[in-house]
Design a binder for this molecule. Sequence first.
Ligand SMILES: [Mn+2]
Length: 355
Amino acid sequence: MEMTLRWFGTGFDTVTLNQIRQVPGVKGVITTLYDTEPGEAWSRERIHALKEEVEAAGLHIAGIESVNIHDAIKVGTPDREQYIDNYIETLKNLGEEDIHLVCYNFMPVFDWTRTELARKRPDGSTVLAYSQAAIDKINPEDMFASLSKDANGAILPGWEPERMEKIKELFEMYKDVDEEKLFANLKYFLERIMPVCDKYDINMAIHPDDPAWSVFGLPRIIINLENIMRMMKMVDNPHNGVTFCSGSYGTNRANDLPGMIRALKGRLHFAHVRNLKFNSDDDFEESAHLSSDGSFDMYEIMKALHDIDFNGPIRPDHGRMIWDEVAMPGYGLYDRALGAAYLNGLWEAIEKSCC
Ligand SMILES: [Mn+2]
């Protein structure tokens, strides 16, 4: 595995490339062109400039998170053809710049959903949290306003203000899209992009829906092993793979995380590893990465990745906000750096004790 950190780009991230370079064991970043719209083709020039900027800091681009999917593709409207063509153009340009990993998601309307961005923990740190009781009380149109007040001025990925202005329209667009339709539209998209992925050896890594169940009555499909297997079988190409995100699949306590990892050998292209602390089955908060601070056994998760000879990029995921840092919720430097050091420590111990 290769330890990386997510970086949103100059002007969008409070964390600098020089700071990332000082995190022990981190040589790569997972990044994006944060100011592009879903559906827009990324020019080779812009990708090249991003690559040069990262490399000038002594790092490299280990993958892209995300190239977002336009709603027309998820809904399956006739104008999807143009947006898929644009996506293919982006993949071709990434491939020509020697970038071979793309994370994306296929979630309708909302990306990840949390009800709090700064829940206070007993040690004074703040974390993202989710409570089903709070969701049940809220009107989806008010979600954005309730979250943005705690965002520290950051634009949250998937929660861009211009997108949230159109929220009613978006719900209307998705009104006839059920799980079967969403699967069919994902299949159509994947079949269209696989030739360019084959040509440039690009691994597509779908990110799970977060939380891993239906929210506000919208369909969610990338939620458990059964559905992932269906997704991989329907377009059976090794480039059609997954991002294993422990914090997203782990929201559903029925998901056996190490077991899922072992079942995904060969198709698991990217890993997000973080811990959650459950207060009840439908109330959880993000904790420090350490096993003892949350509900997951992080050793078993890393051991499963080791067992399948995982050699792709891995990154610590959302961190707590600690030491008075002001940053995008989940994406401060300090706690993610602690997470990276801890995960690297687990890996070294597993490696030296196993074989
Ligand atoms: Mn994730």
